[in-house]
Design a protein around this ligand. Structure first.
Ligand code: G3I
Ligand code: 9MR
Ligand code: ZN
Length: 543
């Protein structure tokens, strides 16, 4: 990998019509933009004022070159230094979007990844055995399919629901961006690949619904994480369906109700199955009291895989009610949603711990088509969403790298926060917010693709200095030098939650708490729900 440079750019490039800038960690001055094919200087200007940026721990300034719109490949030159080469293009992110989506194919469990689709990252079918129901080991159920969660091979209901939902929202928000085929084994000319890919996970999510009760098993994993150098097909420890949780059940209801709507025009029978699963999950919730303050799911003492504990299930229920209402128009779901909406929890979050934002989005987008929404509630939620976007926008104006990330936001999976915020800007724009929110979302994409203090692209295989030593078991175990491409790394984590970070990153500013090393699971792992908001954000900029 080339050495880190002080001039940070989006290493892929910039849309021709958009604002464009680089960030320089240093005192600034006159800069030039050089056309790399002719070595001619095509643009000259001066950077703006320098200021101290707390999150990145650097004095930074910005160089704007938005007026340069001629398609081509360029680099910035400043104080005798050069940036990575990047393009200016009318549609620069088509490959990136395809790659981020293809990552989900690579994360598939339970089928062989064949060479024509997987190339050098092919591998045999994995985790095909039945799972043991943890609280009734005499019961064994089909557990096959879905996506691995992350660098580990566990499969977790709530995180799976977030990932599918982001992808479905991405498709719904800009279907035109999903017309190109990846291709996938299921590709046809009837249904876009993004829906084939989501269906792979949804078919598995059906299996997470406890046939006895309609509740959703929290997760399906081995008791402990396998060693780091194990290919998925060699991970043969017994698989367990861990007990049902309310958060998982509500997530299953929410994502299935959403899917029923999206798939209806393509596959009526599948859409009906989705809706039935959602309604059955809701019936379980209806007869189970909510837990606003815990305990939520806890790993049994002999289980050490991801816990995804979540004290409150109110936000997941709120989301489920909104989706069921939007899909069915049934007044009972509306009433349930209104009751939950009156409770004092955040309503605009998009993480696996708080899924409320999806409920708000479903209600507001659904209101466009429904005559029966509560006008006051709708107005309150819309204003709240726009106020949230405005709060994030104010932070962007203060951040040296133009993102909404505060120093305290650089925690485990910080790139999810980054992309979630981009997503929130784009949804706010769609729901009546200002056009500049779209521009601010794009600044977040620039950060992800290299315009950050580490001059690193957090998407494997994309950009001049991409992450390549992910905490991702297949890429540690296979003998392919290049990591599986299109995976979003967790990103800087000021809490240094793993030994490798503890040893190597002490005392660094938040946005520098990252190392591209396979042992750093608290910084450089990957997950489906870090990729999915990136698919959302990027796809809204693809023509
Ligand atoms: O919610 C608090 C917030 O209030 C506080 O300000 C902040 C400051 O530290 O922390 C927040 O909690 C964080 C929590 O995630 C919720 O986002 C914790 O610090 C952080 O340590 C915790 O990390 C989670 C990690 O598991 C450990 O539990 C990650 O979000 C989550 O993505 C990760 O998930 C793992 C799975 O368990 C197993 N599979 C891989 C996956 C990715 O690493
Ligand atoms: O590899 C595991 C990773 O997928 C998880 O996200 C992470 C946090 O739960 O844990 C990793 O496993 C590590 C374990 O927690 C501690 N010992 C080292 C393991 C990594 O090899
Ligand atoms: Zn598997």
């Amino acid at each position: 990998m080339p050495l880190r440079r002080s001039i940070a750019v989006n290493q892929l490039g910039y849309p021709a019509e958009a604002a464009k800038s680089f960030v320089y960690a240093g005192p600034g001055g006159e800069f030039e933009i050089v056309d790399t094919s002719s070595e001619e200087v095509v643009y000259r200007s001066t950077t703006g004022p320098s200021h101290w940026d707390e999150a990145s721990g650097a004095t930074v300034c910005r160089g704007d070159f938005g007026d340069l719109r001629t398609p081509g490949t360029y680099r910035v030159s400043l104080n005798g230094q050069s940036s990575a080469a990047f393009v200016i293009d009318s549609n620069p992110y088509t490959d990136l979007q395809q790659g981020l989506l293809k990552a989900f194919y690579y994360l598939r469990c339970g089928m062989e990844l064949e060479e024509p689709f997987a190339g050098p990252w092919k591998h045999h079918a994995c985790h095909t055995s039945e799972g043991i129901v943890y609280d009734d080991p005499s019961l064994r159920l089909d557990s096959c399919g879905g996506w691995h969660d992350a660098g580990d091979y566990g499969k977790y209901t709530g995180p799976g629901a977030k990932a599918v939902t982001d992808l479905l929202l991405a498709y719904e928000g800009n279907p035109g961006a999903f017309q190109r085929s990846i291709p996938l084994p299921e590709s046809d000319d009837r249904m876009p690949d993004v829906l084939h890919e989501c269906r792979y996970e949804l078919e598995w999510l059906f299996k997470m619904q406890d046939p006895r009760t309609g509740g959703a098993f929290h997760k399906l994993t081995t008791k402990q994480f396998p060693p780091l150098d194990v290919m998925p097909e060699d991970d043969r420890a017994a698989l367990y369906f861990l007990p049902v949780s309310a958060t998982a059940t509500a997530c299953l209801a929410g994502v299935m109700a959403f899917a029923a709507r999206v798939y209806r025009p393509f596959d009526d029978a599948f859409a009906t199955r989705c809706l039935q699963a959602a309604e059955r999950a809701w019936a379980w919730l209806d007869r189970t009291p909510p837990h606003p303050d815990g305990p939520g799911f806890k790993n049994p003492s002999d289980v050490g895989t991801g816990e995804y504990g979540d004290a409150s299930d109110l936000d997941e229920r709120y989301w489920a009610a909104a989706e069921l209402y939007r899909t069915t128009g049934d007044a009972n779901y509306h009433e349930a949603f209104r009751e939950l909406a009156a409770l004092p929890f955040a309503k605009y979050e998009l993480g696996w711990t708080n899924m409320s934002g999806y409920g708000t989005i479903a209600y507001l987008l659904g209101a466009e088509a429904s005559a029966h929404t509560d006008a006051d509630l709708r107005a309150t939620l819309q204003q709240g969403l726009l106020a949230e976007a405005e709060r994030l926008a104010l932070r962007c104006a203060e951040d040296g790298y133009l993102t909404s990330m505060r120093p305290e936001d650089y925690i485990w999976g910080s790139n999810m926060l980054l992309m979630n915020n981009a997503m929130l800007f784009l949804i706010a724009r769609r729901l009546g917010g200002e056009e500049r929110y779209r521009e601010l979302a794009l600044e977040h994409i620039h950060y992800l693709l290299g315009r950050n203090v580490l001059d690193i692209s957090y998407v494997s295989g994309f950009g001049d200095r991409p992450v390549n030593h992910l905490h991702y078991r297949p890429s540690v175990a296979d003998d392919v030098e290049a990591a599986v491409p299109g995976l979003v790394s967790g990103g800087p984590n000021r809490n240094l939650n793993d030994d490798y970070m503890q040893e190597h990153l002490q005392g660094l500013p938040p946005a520098q708490c990252f190392v591209d090393h396979e042992l750093s699971y608290a910084g450089n792992e990957v997950t489906i729900y870090w990729n999915s908001p990136a698919v959302f954000a990027v796809s809204q900029f693809v023509k």
